[in-house]
Design a protein around this ligand. Structure first.
Ligand code: ATP
Ligand code: MG
Length: 254
């Protein structure tokens, strides 16, 4: 089993779009996938076709009340399992702050989740306690980035956080930086992309996710883009990303 957290404290860079569509693409390759939504916005939950407000148990019940994570797993219409989130998760930082082991809650809850090939965790745009929990529970971190002027700002904070948390989680590493919302006609985007390549080298995913309107439309229908329009550029890109990640997984396990 591999655990991958999708994180970047910058908002709107395509974390949730990546979490949902990567999960769907991996499931399309017959991998058994669990998506955990760790954002009170619950966008990943609704993006898979689940009704976030109607869920009986969410990740908030797991983290706050110690409910068994297995009991909060729901099969989604998107073809993979989901532990959902909604507004019940907001404020959890403050509730848990000061409690010992508050950073270990997710990791502890994930001890006996069953035989998944991939667990994908969608983080909120913040470096709060929830995101720290994800970093402690995960192995790899996928960092979606938009190729714009301020792209590199904030990345230093994220890298530093990852370095610091290696003490708690020696397995923690950046699995890859993913260029998202990419517009190849934009000169600045190309410049920033080249800068990212020289900065991160092999840590850059070769797959680039283009700006594609189908990716933006699909969540309104509660579907991954693979179900909404499987021949779209967005769907093609996320299938390619899944292939790249499966290949990496094979290399890592050798
Ligand atoms: N490649 C893309 N092409 C077009 N639209 C996209 C693409 N990726 C994401 N979007 C749209 O951009 C917006 C932000 O994307 P998304 O919600 O995935 O980002 P996020 O990083 O999860 O945001 P937040 O920080 O609020 O959690 C959404 O409306 C989404 O549909
Ligand atoms: Mg999001």
């Amino acid at each position: 089993m591999e655990i991958l957290a999708i994180a970047n404290q910058k908002g709107g860079v395509g974390k949730t779009t990546t979490a949902v569509n990567l999960a769907a693409s991996l499931a399309g390759r017959r991998k058994k996938v669990l998506l955990i939504d760790l954002d009170p916005q619950g966008n990943a939950t609704s993006g898979t076709g689940l009704e976030k407000r109607a869920l009986e148990l969410t990740i908030a019940d797991v983290l706050l009340d110690g409910i068994d994570l297995k009991d909060a797993i729901y099969p989604s219409p998107a073809g993979f399992d989901v532990v959902g989130a909604n507004r019940d998760l907001s404020g959890i930082d403050i509730t848990l702050m000061g409690k010992s082991d508050s950073h270990l809650l997710l990791s502890n809850a994930m001890q006996n989740i069953g035989d998944y090939d991939y667990v994908i965790i969608d983080c909120a745009p913040s470096l709060n306690l929830l995101t720290i929990n994800a970093m402690v529970a995960t192995q790899g971190v996928i960092i979606p980035m938009q190729c714009e002027y301020y792209a590199l700002e904030g990345l230093a904070d994220l890298s530093q956080t990852i370095d610091r948390l290696k003490e708690l989680n020696p397995e923690l590493h950046i699995r890859g930086v993913l260029r998202t919302l990419f517009d190849s006609r934009n000169t600045l985007a190309n410049d920033v992309s080249a800068e990212l390549e020289s900065h991160f080298g092999d840590l850059m995913f070769k797959t680039i996710i283009p700006r594609n309107v189908r990716l933006a439309e699909a969540p309104a229908h509660g579907m991954p883009v693979l179900d909404y329009e499987k021949s779209s550029k967005g769907a093609q890109a996320y299938r390619k990303l899944a292939t790249e990640i499966i290949k990496q997984s094979r290399q890592l396990s050798q």
